[in-house]
Design a protein. Structure first.
Length: 406
């Protein structure tokens, strides 16, 4: 690894990631040498074409983490293990025909989610969350709302009991933060998922877990548990941040002012712009080189880890020469990944329904909503992986509850 490798940590991922990625690209090119926790070397792929190449060639750039040439240096308590695992039997680390078979089982279970039922449940949980704050005239739309909504909807779809929602939120957030609570969060989520599957073996229901268990010739129970954990983690926090980042954009950019007072056409535009400019998923681990190769002039050794710089690639000046031009309906961003390991299409649709419904309910229920603090005072989590607000405090005219307190 080069001596000028850049640590993939620090406050600039919170305060000015766009400028940081631009500086990385100007200094190092499309493929940047970086250091993970414990000075573990990796490559961050920021070029749009290069990222397309890496994600489109699963033979050369494999998802098999056993190829990593750094495993001898990774301690058992390394905080990124929940994100970069070894010998995990999840869909994330399968390749070839095995991956296609697992993806088919998961996809078929998700495809049977009825869009109308999904929206109904999303509205129900969104209304319940807003009922807790609507009479106060103020709320934190992250802690009180966006942080709680996706996991409640997803837990229902997958088969978890409603009362498990708060603890699942805590466990998932601990995992994605990648710090000292990450491994404990992963252990809690694993135990909860195995309990769910044990119950669904005896008492099947109309949910994703039951459908995966019932699939003829499907994966083993441990593999199903791993896949459910992956989809819950991948579906919760990015959707939370999609809601938060979109509401932030609409509250701070005058182009979307009309949508705050009854218009709805702008919501989809704002959500798509967030995926281009302020993507919830900034960087993803990753791919491993199956042999020595060259990428953007870099010598990539066999077993090297390549991180997918999704946000950096979205802003690549070689494909977006004028970054000020609005993206409109252009969906060629990398925010859902690319290639055979991209986010399954049914999962994308589920995330979009949850996020859009969550935003619409806020705008419908909270009149004259406005920020309580200057926009410049808002802070982001200092994570290089996921980008989201730590809080979004707003004020509004108090309104009545829609449901009776239990």
């Amino acid at each position: 690894m080069t001596p000028d490798a850049i640590p993939l940590s620090g406050p600039r991922f919170q305060t000015e990631p766009a400028l940081l990625y631009r500086e990385m690209r100007n200094t190092h090119g499309a493929v940047v040498p970086v250091l993970l926790d414990g000075d573990i070397p990796a490559w961050l792929v920021l070029g749009y074409r290069e990222l397309h190449q890496v994600t489109g060639d699963p033979a050369l750039y494999s998802r098999d983490s056993d190829l990593w040439n750094q495993w001898a240096r990774i301690p058992d308590n390394w905080p990124l293990l929940p994100m970069i695992g070894r010998k995990q039997p999840s869909i994330l680390y399968t390749v070839g025909e095995q991956h296609r078979a697992r993806a088919a089982v998961l996809g078929s279970a998700l495809e049977l989610v009825e869009p109308s039922d999904l929206r109904q449940h999303a509205e129900k949980y969104a209304d319940e969350l807003l009922d807790a704050v609507c009479a106060e005239g103020k709320a934190d739309l992250i802690a009180d709302y966006a942080m709680l909504l996706p996991v409640r909807v997803l837990a229902h779809l997958y088969g978890f009991a409603e009362e498990e929602g708060p603890a699942l939120v805590t466990a998932l957030n601990d995992m994605v933060d990648g710090r000292d609570r990450a491994i404990a969060g992963q252990a809690y989520l694993a135990a909860s998922t195995m309990r769910l599957l044990a119950d669904r073996r005896v008492h099947p229901a109309d949910d994703v877990a039951s459908r995966m268990l019932a699939h003829p010739g499907g994966p083993a129970e441990e593999e199903i548990a791993q896949d459910l954990m992956v989809m819950l983690a991948a579906g919760h926090q990015p959707t939370t941040d999609w809601i938060g980042n979109s509401l932030h954009l609409m509250l701070t950019d005058e182009r979307f002012a009309a949508a705050l007072f009854g218009g709805r056409d702008s919501i989809g535009v704002a959500m798509n712009e967030v995926l281009w400019e302020d993507s919830p998923t900034q960087n993803v681990a990753g791919r491993w080189a199956s042999r020595d190769t060259q990428l953007a002039g870099r010598h990539i050794k066999s077993g090297d880890l390549l991180l997918l710089g999704l946000q950096g690639a979205n802003a690549d000046p070689h494909v977006r020469m004028d970054a000020s031009v609005l993206t409109g309906g252009n969906n060629a961003h990398f925010s859902f990944g690319h290639g055979e390991h991209r986010c399954p299409f049914p999962a994308q649709e589920i995330a979009e329904v949850i996020a859009r419904t969550g935003i619409e309910v806020v705008l419908d229920r909270l009149p004259d909503i406005d920020l309580m603090i200057p926009a410049k005072s808002l802070t982001r989590r200092p994570s290089p992986w996921l980008r989201g607000l730590t809080e979004l405090p707003v004020r509004f005219s108090p309104t009545r509850r829609l449901t009776t307190p239990k």
